[in-house]
Ligand binder design. Sequence first.
Ligand code: GRF
Length: 217
Amino acid sequence: MERKRVAVLISGRGSNMTSLIAAAKDPNYPAEIAIVISNRADAAGLASAKAAGIATAVVDHAGKHREVFEQALQHVLDAHRAEIVCLAGFMRLLTPPFVNHWQGRMINIHPALLPAFKGLHTHEHALTAGVKIHGATVHFVVAEMDSGPIIAQGAVPVLESDTAETLAARVLTVEHQIYPLALKLVAEGRVNIVDGCCHIADAMPAGANLLVPAIDC
Ligand code: GRF
């Protein structure tokens, strides 16, 4: 099996990146993490990646036009022969030309059940809206923010006692499950986009890209 070469882009803590690195340790996993790239030199995730023996790079966005930043990013991606890009807490908007170049090959994790609660502060918005179910989504990246075809979702209950912090922590547990699952499906070439929706091919039990953990998670 030819494993797909994956670049993970981070800006901070990197816990989703760590979940991808952990999944890719299995030689049967269809992707390997070829490079972790941060736009911030102080991202804590860089140390975790290095500790796991993964190559890292910093492409600093500060003081650069978006196009110049993205050219530098593309240079690193090419140097490491990246085939799939995973955005994992990467806090930069990417321009349409860059997004189009990686169309169908770049995925993102968003801490809400899209299309609800796009953008930042999703857990606060979920509490304000009074939703009873919240969660996370892995989707293909398109030019419009938090809007691409949905690959996998994980749901969690919203409890009466929740704060944004407790809810975020519960959502993070499903993020760490659905991101490796979604990357596996994409790396295996089992995700087909038809009319803006993802269809998962072959041997996939119905709903297996939807995680609904028990209430005490
Ligand atoms: C996660 O909640 C992710 O969904 C969002 O940013 C956060 C990044 O966390 N896009 P981490 O850096 O992966 O720990």
